[in-house]
Ligand binder design. Structure first.
Ligand code: DX5
Ligand code: ZN
Length: 221
Protein backbone atom coordinates (compact mmCIF):
# COMPACT_ATOMS: atom_id res chain seq x y z
CA UNK A 1 0.00 0.00 0.00
CA UNK A 2 1.24 3.50 -0.83
CA UNK A 3 2.67 5.27 2.22
CA UNK A 4 1.00 8.67 2.57
CA UNK A 5 1.39 11.73 4.80
CA UNK A 6 -1.49 13.71 6.33
CA UNK A 7 -0.23 16.76 8.26
CA UNK A 8 -2.37 17.76 11.24
CA UNK A 9 -3.28 21.42 10.65
CA UNK A 10 -4.20 22.01 14.31
CA UNK A 11 -0.39 22.02 14.79
CA UNK A 12 0.19 24.79 12.21
CA UNK A 13 1.19 28.42 12.93
CA UNK A 14 -2.10 29.94 11.75
CA UNK A 15 -0.45 33.23 10.94
CA UNK A 16 1.52 31.35 8.31
CA UNK A 17 -1.25 29.05 7.04
CA UNK A 18 -1.27 30.09 3.36
CA UNK A 19 2.48 29.55 3.01
CA UNK A 20 2.18 26.20 4.84
CA UNK A 21 -0.52 24.99 2.45
CA UNK A 22 1.62 26.07 -0.52
CA UNK A 23 4.51 24.05 0.94
CA UNK A 24 2.21 21.01 1.32
CA UNK A 25 1.50 21.28 -2.41
CA UNK A 26 5.21 21.58 -3.25
CA UNK A 27 5.84 18.45 -1.13
CA UNK A 28 3.00 16.51 -2.85
CA UNK A 29 1.34 15.93 0.51
CA UNK A 30 -1.46 13.39 0.09
CA UNK A 31 -4.05 14.59 2.64
CA UNK A 32 -4.67 17.45 5.08
CA UNK A 33 -5.68 16.18 8.52
CA UNK A 34 -8.36 18.37 10.13
CA UNK A 35 -9.13 17.66 13.79
CA UNK A 36 -12.69 18.55 14.85
CA UNK A 37 -13.28 18.50 18.62
CA UNK A 38 -16.57 19.27 20.42
CA UNK A 39 -15.41 19.85 23.99
CA UNK A 40 -17.59 16.87 25.04
CA UNK A 41 -16.08 13.69 23.59
CA UNK A 42 -12.68 15.28 24.15
CA UNK A 43 -11.91 18.17 26.56
CA UNK A 44 -10.81 20.59 23.86
CA UNK A 45 -12.02 22.69 20.92
CA UNK A 46 -10.15 23.01 17.61
CA UNK A 47 -11.23 23.69 14.02
CA UNK A 48 -14.74 23.93 12.57
CA UNK A 49 -17.04 23.71 9.58
CA UNK A 50 -16.09 27.11 8.10
CA UNK A 51 -12.38 26.31 8.33
CA UNK A 52 -12.91 23.26 6.11
CA UNK A 53 -14.96 25.32 3.64
CA UNK A 54 -12.16 27.91 3.43
CA UNK A 55 -9.44 25.25 3.13
CA UNK A 56 -11.24 23.54 0.24
CA UNK A 57 -11.35 26.90 -1.58
CA UNK A 58 -7.57 27.29 -1.29
CA UNK A 59 -6.22 23.81 -2.09
CA UNK A 60 -7.00 20.68 -4.13
CA UNK A 61 -5.30 18.45 -1.55
CA UNK A 62 -7.97 16.02 -0.24
CA UNK A 63 -9.22 16.45 3.32
CA UNK A 64 -8.75 13.87 6.07
CA UNK A 65 -11.40 14.98 8.56
CA UNK A 66 -11.02 13.50 12.06
CA UNK A 67 -14.32 13.89 13.91
CA UNK A 68 -13.92 13.75 17.69
CA UNK A 69 -17.57 14.69 18.28
CA UNK A 70 -20.50 12.93 19.96
CA UNK A 71 -23.26 11.50 17.67
CA UNK A 72 -21.43 12.33 14.43
CA UNK A 73 -24.13 10.62 12.34
CA UNK A 74 -26.48 13.55 13.05
CA UNK A 75 -23.87 16.25 12.25
CA UNK A 76 -22.20 15.03 9.01
CA UNK A 77 -24.21 17.42 6.85
CA UNK A 78 -22.67 20.34 8.73
CA UNK A 79 -19.34 19.56 7.01
CA UNK A 80 -18.29 20.11 3.41
CA UNK A 81 -16.66 16.95 2.01
CA UNK A 82 -16.89 14.65 -0.98
CA UNK A 83 -14.96 12.75 -3.67
CA UNK A 84 -11.40 11.92 -2.59
CA UNK A 85 -11.83 13.05 1.02
CA UNK A 86 -11.60 10.81 4.08
CA UNK A 87 -13.94 11.29 7.05
CA UNK A 88 -13.26 9.46 10.32
CA UNK A 89 -15.83 8.90 13.05
CA UNK A 90 -14.89 7.42 16.42
CA UNK A 91 -16.38 4.03 17.31
CA UNK A 92 -16.82 5.32 20.90
CA UNK A 93 -18.99 8.31 19.90
CA UNK A 94 -21.97 6.72 18.21
CA UNK A 95 -24.71 4.17 18.69
CA UNK A 96 -25.24 4.16 14.92
CA UNK A 97 -21.82 3.40 13.40
CA UNK A 98 -23.15 1.78 10.21
CA UNK A 99 -25.48 4.74 9.61
CA UNK A 100 -22.54 7.14 10.05
CA UNK A 101 -20.13 5.41 7.65
CA UNK A 102 -22.89 4.80 5.09
CA UNK A 103 -23.73 8.52 5.13
CA UNK A 104 -20.06 9.41 4.53
CA UNK A 105 -19.90 7.12 1.48
CA UNK A 106 -23.25 8.43 0.27
CA UNK A 107 -21.61 11.86 -0.06
CA UNK A 108 -18.91 10.28 -2.30
CA UNK A 109 -16.19 10.35 0.38
CA UNK A 110 -14.18 7.49 1.91
CA UNK A 111 -15.20 6.30 5.36
CA UNK A 112 -12.84 5.66 8.26
CA UNK A 113 -13.49 4.35 11.76
CA UNK A 114 -11.24 5.64 14.54
CA UNK A 115 -10.56 3.52 17.62
CA UNK A 116 -9.04 4.75 20.88
CA UNK A 117 -5.98 3.01 22.37
CA UNK A 118 -8.14 0.90 24.72
CA UNK A 119 -10.77 -0.04 22.11
CA UNK A 120 -10.14 -3.56 20.75
CA UNK A 121 -9.97 -4.21 16.98
CA UNK A 122 -12.72 -6.82 17.38
CA UNK A 123 -15.33 -4.02 17.42
CA UNK A 124 -14.71 -3.60 13.69
CA UNK A 125 -15.82 -7.13 12.75
CA UNK A 126 -19.23 -6.24 11.27
CA UNK A 127 -18.40 -2.89 9.74
CA UNK A 128 -15.47 -3.86 7.47
CA UNK A 129 -17.58 -4.00 4.29
CA UNK A 130 -18.59 -0.39 4.85
CA UNK A 131 -15.24 1.25 5.50
CA UNK A 132 -12.13 2.22 3.52
CA UNK A 133 -9.76 2.68 6.46
CA UNK A 134 -9.23 2.29 10.21
CA UNK A 135 -7.67 5.10 12.27
CA UNK A 136 -5.64 3.63 15.11
CA UNK A 137 -5.20 6.33 17.74
CA UNK A 138 -1.68 5.98 19.13
CA UNK A 139 -2.43 8.55 21.87
CA UNK A 140 -5.67 9.38 23.65
CA UNK A 141 -7.52 11.89 21.45
CA UNK A 142 -7.81 15.56 22.38
CA UNK A 143 -4.36 17.17 22.30
CA UNK A 144 -1.22 17.44 20.17
CA UNK A 145 2.23 16.90 21.68
CA UNK A 146 1.47 13.72 23.65
CA UNK A 147 3.68 10.60 23.93
CA UNK A 148 2.99 7.36 22.01
CA UNK A 149 1.16 4.60 23.94
CA UNK A 150 3.53 1.68 23.17
CA UNK A 151 0.84 -1.05 23.19
CA UNK A 152 -0.73 0.53 20.09
CA UNK A 153 2.19 -0.66 17.93
CA UNK A 154 1.21 -4.32 18.50
CA UNK A 155 -2.39 -3.33 17.78
CA UNK A 156 -1.43 -1.97 14.34
CA UNK A 157 0.27 -5.23 13.30
CA UNK A 158 -2.57 -7.35 14.75
CA UNK A 159 -5.07 -5.26 12.78
CA UNK A 160 -3.12 -5.55 9.53
CA UNK A 161 -2.92 -9.34 9.94
CA UNK A 162 -6.64 -9.55 10.83
CA UNK A 163 -7.67 -7.48 7.80
CA UNK A 164 -5.44 -9.39 5.35
CA UNK A 165 -6.50 -12.79 6.73
CA UNK A 166 -10.19 -11.90 6.24
CA UNK A 167 -9.87 -10.54 2.68
CA UNK A 168 -9.70 -6.83 3.53
CA UNK A 169 -6.28 -6.12 2.04
CA UNK A 170 -7.78 -2.94 0.56
CA UNK A 171 -8.59 -1.35 3.92
CA UNK A 172 -5.95 1.24 4.82
CA UNK A 173 -4.55 1.87 8.32
CA UNK A 174 -4.02 5.46 9.50
CA UNK A 175 -2.09 6.30 12.67
CA UNK A 176 -2.48 9.49 14.68
CA UNK A 177 -0.55 10.73 17.71
CA UNK A 178 3.19 11.27 18.26
CA UNK A 179 4.05 10.10 14.74
CA UNK A 180 7.71 11.05 15.14
CA UNK A 181 10.41 10.03 12.65
CA UNK A 182 11.33 7.06 14.87
CA UNK A 183 7.76 6.04 15.70
CA UNK A 184 6.72 6.37 12.05
CA UNK A 185 9.27 3.72 11.12
CA UNK A 186 7.85 1.34 13.75
CA UNK A 187 4.25 2.09 12.72
CA UNK A 188 5.08 1.58 9.04
CA UNK A 189 6.79 -1.75 9.74
CA UNK A 190 3.69 -2.75 11.76
CA UNK A 191 1.45 -2.11 8.72
CA UNK A 192 0.27 1.50 8.82
CA UNK A 193 0.20 3.40 5.51
CA UNK A 194 -1.31 6.84 6.29
CA UNK A 195 0.65 8.93 8.80
CA UNK A 196 -0.83 11.93 10.63
CA UNK A 197 2.17 14.19 11.02
CA UNK A 198 2.22 16.77 13.78
CA UNK A 199 4.53 18.37 16.33
CA UNK A 200 7.03 15.50 16.45
CA UNK A 201 7.76 15.26 12.72
CA UNK A 202 6.57 17.61 9.93
CA UNK A 203 6.17 20.63 12.26
CA UNK A 204 9.17 19.80 14.41
CA UNK A 205 11.20 22.92 15.21
CA UNK A 206 14.76 23.30 14.03
CA UNK A 207 14.36 22.13 10.43
CA UNK A 208 12.37 23.39 7.47
CA UNK A 209 9.11 21.68 6.54
CA UNK A 210 10.77 20.48 3.33
CA UNK A 211 13.57 18.81 5.34
CA UNK A 212 11.09 17.34 7.85
CA UNK A 213 8.87 15.99 5.07
CA UNK A 214 11.83 14.35 3.32
CA UNK A 215 12.93 12.82 6.64
CA UNK A 216 9.44 11.50 7.33
CA UNK A 217 9.09 10.04 3.83
CA UNK A 218 12.41 8.30 4.44
CA UNK A 219 11.10 6.86 7.73
CA UNK A 220 7.98 5.38 6.17
CA UNK A 221 9.32 4.06 2.88
C1 DX5 B 1 -5.04 14.56 18.69
C2 DX5 B 1 -5.21 14.76 17.21
C3 DX5 B 1 -3.91 14.66 16.44
C4 DX5 B 1 -2.83 15.64 16.88
C5 DX5 B 1 -1.48 15.06 16.52
O1 DX5 B 1 -6.25 14.18 19.25
O2 DX5 B 1 -6.13 13.82 16.70
O3 DX5 B 1 -4.19 14.76 15.06
O4 DX5 B 1 -2.99 16.84 16.25
O5 DX5 B 1 -0.48 15.84 17.10
P1 DX5 B 1 0.95 15.18 17.48
O6 DX5 B 1 1.53 14.69 16.19
O7 DX5 B 1 1.69 16.31 18.08
O8 DX5 B 1 0.71 14.06 18.43
ZN1 ZN C 1 -6.35 13.71 14.53
Amino acid sequence: MKKQISPSVMCVDFFNLAETIAEFERQNIEYIHVDIMDGVYVPNYTLGTDFIKQLKKHTKIPMDIHLMIENPESKLDWFEFGEGDYVAVHYETTKHLHKAVAAIRAKGAKSMVAINPATPISVLENILDDIDAVLVMTVNPGFAGQKLIPSTLGKISALRKYLDKNGYENIEIEVDGNVSFENARLMSDAGANIFVAGTSSIFKAGQSMAENTAKLRDSIK
